[in-house]
Design a protein around this ligand. Structure first.
Ligand SMILES: Nc1ncnc2c1ncn2[C@@H]1O[C@H](COP(=O)(O)OP(=O)(O)OP(=O)(O)O)[C@@H](O)[C@H]1O
Ligand SMILES: [Mg+2]
Length: 453
């Protein structure tokens, strides 16, 4: 962990010197000033984690300084140094939001304990703020590309409507869960619970009692009556994530709930009626699953009353840049970095990369880049993009006999060469084989210095 910095503001050289020595021995970094004027200029260059503040200074008082700090909205913890016979100063300082005070002559062990307590308290506050920010960030939907305007419109309309079933489809990482939360938040159910069920994480036996609850004694472990999610979420919303993975048996049960809004607890005989909105999401094609006989047609029609298809990130144009800047800010703050933007090269790369993992991939790529590197501007060499692996079924598989270079860039290069060979040097066809755009293909060819004429 980074050493915390303590700022000593005292006009007595000897006190500053001894505090500085002892605090660095205790593992803190220190900075110091002997007057208010000096303090003001020191603080411009660096934010301390705590200030030890003397009351009597050559150009003003400690209490006056504290008042000014708080007036500027600075919440840094402050420990006041006061003389034994000046308890009114201590009282004043505490009223102004000092963390604590110490009377002179300084007992160093006491001071250390006070500092540690004050720092711990401010760490807690900071952690809470960060959690809140992370929550806000996760809810935020960045982007206003034409493709997303339709999504926002859909959310607005459907949230207010009476329609109780909503289906969200789209590739992995496109923001289906964010949309589900946005719909709930914009609906008149927003003060009621939103309960998420991950359909592929539930085992067949557990799923029933999780969703519908069970009566006392329904099975060996059922010692008490238990309400299920459908009962607990009454008048609220249930988010059925990964609905495409639900078993045949559960499909029947879900269909019944959707049609009649009633169910029975496991081991029970009474019908329980609930008022819930169901938002189902999947990144699989329900149409394909229906065609393969793996998903019930009647359930599909029940779910598909209002459907939104989330556009893949590569079709959102300039949103890619807006979302990048958003996450750059988020991760700058998280990792104490100061990237101000992306180089033109990197921007071009981002705009042509196919983003198979969509917004989640972009987010992860940026988190990693910001964590691992320092600087003003993010460059291509800071970023690792996983090229979509060539699909063996279309003949562009890369053959790498053992012992050969298996680096990602070498594989990419070979995939490009193979695709060009296969397509008789036709760029459009090669791009199709690799499932990328022609622009991306050209960019990559240039990057690896592959000539194709
Ligand atoms: N428009 C957006 N603006 C900012 N962040 C977004 C946006 N869309 C998605 N995200 C973020 O991307 C990540 C993935 O989003 P989400 O979990 O909603 O995707 P998903 O479609 O449910 O994916 P999967 O199908 O894999 O479950 C989350 O961290 C989310 O906060
Ligand atoms: Mg999801």
């Amino acid at each position: 962990m980074r050493a915390e910095t303590i700022f000593i503001l005292d006009d007595e050289n000897l006190i500053r010197w001894s505090l500085k020595n002892k605090l660095s021995k205790a593992g803190y970094e220190t900075m110091e000033a002997a007057s208010l004027r000096e303090a003001a200029s020191t603080l411009k260059s660096r934010d301390p984690d705590l200030i030890i503040l003397d009351q009597n200074l050559p150009d003003g008082t400690g209490v006056g300084f504290l008042e000014e700090l708080r007036g500027n909205g600075n919440r840094v913890p402050v420990v006041m140094l006061t003389a034994v016979d000046r308890s009114n100063i201590a009282v004043q300082a505490m009223k102004l939001g000092a963390a604590d005070y110490i009377t002179k002559p300084i007992n160093f062990d006491e001071l250390l304990a006070v500092i540690e307590k004050a720092l711990e308290a401010s760490r807690v506050v900071e952690r809470l703020n960060r959690l809140q920010q992370e929550k806000d960030v996760q809810m935020e939907m960045v982007g206003d590309s034409p493709a997303m305007v339709g999504v926002h419109e859909f959310i607005r309309q459907v949230a207010r409507s009476k329609s109780t079933t909503i289906l969200i489809t789209g590739e992995s990482g496109t923001g289906k869960e964010i949309v589900a939360r946005a719909i709930h938040a914009a609906s008149d159910r927003h003060e009621k619970p939103l309960m998420t069920v991950n359909c592929n994480a539930l085992t067949e036996t557990l799923v029933e009692s999780e969703l519908f609850g069970h009566e006392k004694g329904a099975f060996t472990d059922a010692k008490n009556l238990k309400k299920g999610i459908f009962e607990l979420a009454d008048t609220g919303t249930i988010f059925l994530d990964e609905i495409g993975d639900v078993t045949q048996k559960m499909q029947v049960k879900l269909l019944r709930v959707l049609e009649q809004k009633t169910f029975q607890r496991v081991g029970g005989y009474t019908d329980i009626t609930v008022d819930i909105r169901i938002i189902a999401a999947t990144n699989r094609s329900l149409e394909d699953l229906v065609a393969e006989g793996k998903f019930r047609t009647d359930l599909y029609y029940r779910l598909n009353v209002a459907q939104i298809v989330m556009p893949p990130l590569r079709e959102r144009g300039d949103d890619i840049m807006k979302i990048s800047e958003h996450f750059l800010n988020v991760f700058n703050a998280k990792f104490h970095k100061s990237f101000a933007g992306l180089t033109d090269d990197l921007r071009a790369q981002f705009m042509t990369y196919p983003w198979p993992g969509n917004v989640r991939e972009l987010r992860n790529v940026l988190e990693r880049a910001v964590l691992l590197h320092d600087g003003e501007i993010l460059k291509p060499e800071h970023v690792e993009l996983t090229w979509p692996r060539p699909d063996p079924s279309n003949g562009t598989a890369v053959h790498t006999p053992q012992g050969h270079d298996l680096s990602l860039s070498e594989l990419e290069k070979q995939a490009l060469v193979n695709a060009l060979e296969k397509s008789g040097n036709n760029q459009s066809q090669a791009a199709k084989l690799l499932k990328i755009t022609r622009d991306t293909l050209r960019y990559r060819l240039k990057k690896y210095g592959i000539n194709n004429h």
